[in-house]
Design a protein around this ligand. Structure first.
Ligand code: FRU
Length: 700
């Protein structure tokens, strides 16, 4: 089968049809790479979540198989069980007892199968009583297992499911937000280990088991670093530091949504150690939310405002007494801590409890980044749960010249949260912040504690990928430590259900190999596309050396069809210019273009999809799809930078040769926009080598 619909990825996995999200159950077994994935058998948006299934022998060519675990409904059409994200293992020693006899050896001894076990979240939308006597509450999320003795083709659910019914007692109220078990065999302790997420708490729970059925809670981790949203799809795995087998370290990798590096979904990692029960983060991998970048301008007076907050009469009996949705027409007083640069310490903002919007006073943008620190959360008024965040979502927008120029939405938080917005284009202009309650019900409590202007974004996390379209990254079980391989969902919850593809929606990233490298004395997770991808490369289609690339644009000729599916590599040094890069999917007038480049002043790689093509599929404002994505990459002592760019029909993935930088971004250009250009800004770029290989379709 050869897929050629508009935007159909040629060398990325996508389902034949329908909706896909997270990769699940990544498992290498008997020469086969299994890829299960979150799948809606009935449509092109999220729903009826099941596990789809595909296999490969090389991580490049995939064969679609039938659904492995299919969403279950009762006779009235109520959904009883969805199969949410999880992992898979091979139970080599039959600890689970799920193996079956498959024959006899030459001594007459029975040979048993090695069962594959899937460990997943049972998401139960409807309250019901299971036939095994377990009482299920509406919206409950529990951890369950299923096994297969035919290499993952057919599955049987364990009759004792769920194997972990609820979170531990101290988190009992989180029973609807407890999911995404990642399980692996931990050789040193001879136990199965699971990490699962209390998504809204940004807490990961670590369990152990002898048989995959009975689990013991060992420890918990989090919140840490990025926490402007839910933690989902966690995993934990070992890697060798700098290739040294004596120096094993452990990596926690997780999705965060919303609150990713740029908008909505993102992925962060934390390097540390794991002793079979507890994960301890390396201090160098934990960011202090109170640390402020050098050279910042800070506006804050938290104490002052807090005391005023107490005085304005909201809380005669309890924290939020007197407020509430009951008074829908009442205009309420809100405060934003920090004065936003207008030199006044106390600012009250008037929020309309019916529309749930507040605006800050205007302020002048002074530096390239604006960061703001939110604390206290946004709490809907409810006397019985005052002080407890609910499912409210609040969006923060920056308004310049009457236009929203940047906006982001986050869930409740009780903690310190930073957002960083690049406002370099607006220095010297007046702006204000607009805060909107996007869900039903008003919010009754909000602090923006500090507004900080800085010249580099405040680093709050180790981002795994600096683009908008890499989420729910999961790694393969069943491979050796140096072969650890990750696949991410190449989409974003911020707009993913609207992308203009049919009859399928969503693709996976190219599989990537992972390693740990010490860079500037910090341990970093680095990544590169798997070597087997090169089996799809054509011979070199374009290769040229420029001792000096002049200022301006230089068109290069890459023959069709490979001008839309290629690997383009550039190695270069700084000349007299300030930026160098490549323009892909461009037309002659540059009204359509995807711009990938290096900024020598900011020492960073960027991908700009502001003009990359269609973004009209987002029909709300502000549109989160257009954007520019930046990853810091210090100029090395060799002064030479190499970028490898992988362009497919609706995506671009950029890696630098050290593996520190990955930027993954979807694009939806016109077919006719297929020119390839080099550019140098403000002067020359030196010693430039450009090499282009086409990438053949993996579906032929
Ligand atoms: C992440 C996620 C998971 C959940 C799955 C449901 O994208 O929200 O937490 O298991 O998707 O499809």
């Amino acid at each position: 089968s050869y897929y050629t619909e508009p935007y159909r990825p040629q060398f990325h996995f996508s389902p034949q049809q329908n909706w896909m999200n997270d990769p699940n159950g990544l498992l290498y077994f008997n020469g086969t790479y299994h890829l299960f994935y979150q799948y809606n058998p009935n449509g092109t948006t999220w729903g009826f979540m099941s596990w789809g299934h595909a296999i490969s022998t090389d991580l490049v060519h995939w064969q679609h198989l039938s659904i492995a675990l299919e969403c279950e409904s009762d006779s009235n059409g109520n959904v009883l069980q969805m199969f949410f994200s999880g992992s898979a293992v091979v139970d080599v020693d039959n600890t689970s007892g799920f193996a079956v006899p498959v024959g006899k050896d030459r001594h007459g001894h029975v040979i048993y199968s090695q069962p594959m076990i899937a460990i997943y979240t049972s998401n139960y939308p409807t309250a019901h009583n299971q036939s095994n006597g377990v009482v299920i509450r509406a919206g409950q999320q529990s951890q369950s297992i299923a096994y297969s003795n035919d290499n993952g083709l057919t599955w049987t659910q364990y009759e004792g499911n769920p194997v972990i019914e609820s979170p531990p007692p101290q988190y009992a109220d989180q029973y609807q937000q407890f999911r995404d078990p990642f399980v692996f065999w931990h050789q040193p302790s001879s136990k199965w280990i699971m990490v699962a997420s209390l998504a809204m708490k940004q807490i990961l729970l670590i369990y152990s088991s002898d048989n995959l059925k009975n689990w013991t809670l060992e420890s918990q981790f989090g919140p840490a670093n990025a926490r402007f949203g839910q933690w989902e799809c966690p995993s934990i795995f070992p890697l060798y530091l700098d290739g040294n087998m004596q120096e094993e370290k452990w990596v926690l990798l997780m999705g965060i949504n919303p609150g990713g590096v740029i908008t909505a979904s993102g992925s962060q990692y934390i390097v540390g150690s794991f002793n079979g029960t507890t994960f301890v983060a390396d201090p160098s991998n934990v960011y202090d939310p109170t640390q402020i970048p050098a050279g910042s301008t800070v506006f804050q007076d938290f104490e002052e405002i807090s005391s005023t907050f107490e005085e304005i009469g909201w809380n005669s009996t309890g924290d939020f007494a007197g407020l509430g949705p009951q008074n829908a027409s009442t205009v309420q007083v809100w405060n934003i801590e920090g004065c936003l640069g207008i030199g006044v310490l106390t600012t009250y903002l008037f929020g309309d409890i019916a529309t749930g919007t507040i605006t800050s006073p205007t302020f002048n943008i002074t530096n390239s980044y604006i960061s703001f620190l939110i604390a206290g959360g946004y709490y809907p008024y409810n006397p019985s749960t005052a002080g407890t965040p609910d499912d409210n979502q609040v969006s923060f927008s920056l308004v310049v010249g009457g236009q929203i120029v940047y906006s982001e939405t986050g869930t409740d938080t009780e903690d310190l949260v930073w957002r960083n917005w690049n406002v370099a284009g607006y220095i010297g202009q007046e702006a204000y912040l607009l805060v909107t309650d996007v869900n039903t019900g008003p919010f009754a409590h909000l602090h923006v504690d500090e507004i900080i202007f800085c010249n580099t974004p405040k680093n709050e996390a180790n981002w795994f990928d600096f683009g908008p379209d890499l989420y729910a990254a999961a790694t393969y079980n069943g491979l050796s430590v140096p072969d650890r391989t990750v696949i991410g969902w190449m989409n974003n919850w911020g707009y993913g259900q609207n992308i203009p593809t049919s009859p399928w929606r969503s693709a996976m990233s190219v599989p990537r190999n992972l390693a740990l490298k010490t860079i500037n004395s910090v341990v970093r997770l680095v990544q590169q596309p798997v070597p087997s991808l090169s089996s799809l490369y054509t011979s070199t289609l374009y290769s040229r050396w420029f001792t000096t690339l002049p200022s301006g644009e230089t068109t290069i000729n890459v023959p069709s069809p490979y001008n839309t599916q290629m690997k383009l590599s550039v190695t270069f040094k700084r000349g007299s210019g300030t930026k160098f890069g490549v323009i892909l999917r461009s037309n002659a007038t540059d009204t359509q273009e995807t711009v990938i480049g290096y900024d020598f002043l900011g020492q960073s790689v960027f991908v700009d999809r502001f003009k990359a093509g269609d973004n009209s599929f987002v029909n709300w404002q502000p549109n989160p799809f257009p954007g520019r994505y930046v990853a810091t990459l210090p100029i090395p002592s060799s002064n030479t930078i190499t970028l490898n760019i992988f362009l497919d029909w609706s995506s671009v993935e950029v890696f630098d040769s050290t593996g520190q930088v990955a930027i993954t971004s979807q694009i939806f250009p016109l077919d006719a926009s297929a020119m390839v250009k080099l550019f140098s800004v403000g002067g020359t770029t030196k010693d430039l080598a450009v090499t282009v290989n086409g990438i053949k379709s993996s579906w032929t």
